[in-house]
Design a protein around this ligand. Structure first.
Ligand code: ATP
Length: 301
């Protein structure tokens, strides 16, 4: 008994330290809409400063999960803490520390970009300079355009500007680059990398596997309301150790070989060709390949 009294405060301190280091903690989360179970016992822990991507097919439960974390939906069961608080008990102070970019907002159509961003800045105790935020999302040329005149991609940039104007500690991005052209996506990725480098925790949902790979420290795959895989993008589905495919141009056309030892294959080819191997490439499954295999298995189960 005496020993446990001595140990207890120490263990408690460790538990508190781990918990304080987490921006998001979810245990056993459940949510059903009538007979449809959207979230089915989900666990998730996102440390502060991490960029975490939530992947999963349509209807897997991503938006429901994120909306519970944002305090917009009540779970049926489980424990949720976001920045140390249950979102159900959210205060204005907590809200000011959380940034949210929803799938589409589309309000304030009559106002200009500058008016909307300046207007939102007033809601936050620690708002960023609105003109700098407009510049950061690449809308300086459009600052005097009415929101209703913006293209789809430009509207998303405005949504992102409103999500970051309060300089949030934690930013939720729900499919942020849908409708962006390739250049706008790259620019957006740079913006996210800048926010992450400044210490912002980011939870992102996306259907773009290259986006998850480009941005996320870790990815979680949700299927049928459960987390079915959780790892770094490079390690998802044991991708790093998956078989490689060596392609080259043979005397009669393209040839390839699947192998666990691509270096040995390439060495043998180099010897056979007496030097440079024509059109040589070595590839491993992409994140998309392993993701689709994983989802296919879950849906068949
Ligand atoms: P997507 O990639 O298509 O956005 P998602 O992973 O975000 O999908 P959710 O929107 O969380 O999935 O939906 C999970 C399940 O819950 C789906 O079967 C969906 O039809 C159902 N659902 C979601 N919202 C509601 C609602 N308000 N009422 C009834 N059912 C809902």
């Amino acid at each position: 008994m005496a020993a446990s009294i001595r140990i207890f405060p120490h263990r408690r301190a460790i538990v508190d330290a781990v918990t304080e280091n987490l921006a998001i903690e979810v245990r056993g989360l459940r949510k059903a809409y009538g007979a449809t179970v959207a979230v089915d016992g989900l666990d998730l822990a996102v440390p502060r400063g991490e960029v975490f991507a939530l992947l999963g097919p349509n209807g897997a439960g991503k938006t429901t999960t994120v909306e519970i974390l944002e305090g917009f939906r009540r779970p049926d069961g489980g424990e949720v803490r976001v920045l140390g608080t249950n979102p159900r008990d959210a205060t204005a102070e907590w809200r000011s520390r959380v940034g949210i970019v929803l799938q589409s907002t589309g309000e304030f159509e009559e106002l200009t970009v500058a008016e909307v961003v300046h207007h939102f800045a007033r809601y936050y105790p620690n708002a960023a300079d609105p003109d700098k935020v407009i510049d950061r999302v690449g809308l300086t040329d459009k600052r005097d355009s009415r929101a209703e005149r913006l293209s789809g991609g430009q509207k998303r940039r405005l949504d992102v500007a409103l999500g970051i104007i309060g300089q949030p500690e934690l930013l939720f991005l729900d499919e942020p680059t849908t409708g962006f052209d390739p250049e706008a996506r790259r620019e957006f990725w740079e913006l996210i990398r800048g926010l992450a480098a400044a210490g912002t925790t980011i939870l992102l949902t996306t259907h773009y596997l290259d986006e998850a790979e480009a941005l996320a420290d870790r990815v979680g795959v949700i299927a049928k309301g459960r987390m079915v895989a959780l790892s770094t993008p490079a390690e998802l589905g044991d991708r790093r150790n998956a078989m490689a495919t060596v392609h080259w141009q043979g005397p009669n056309g393209p040839e390839s070989e699947r192998t666990h030892t691509p270096t040995a294959t390439v060495a043998a080819l180099a010897e056979r060709f007496g030097g440079e191997v024509p059109a040589l490439t070595v590839s491993r499954p992409t994140l998309e390949d392993v993701y689709l295999t994983m989802i296919g298995k879950e849906e068949a189960a």
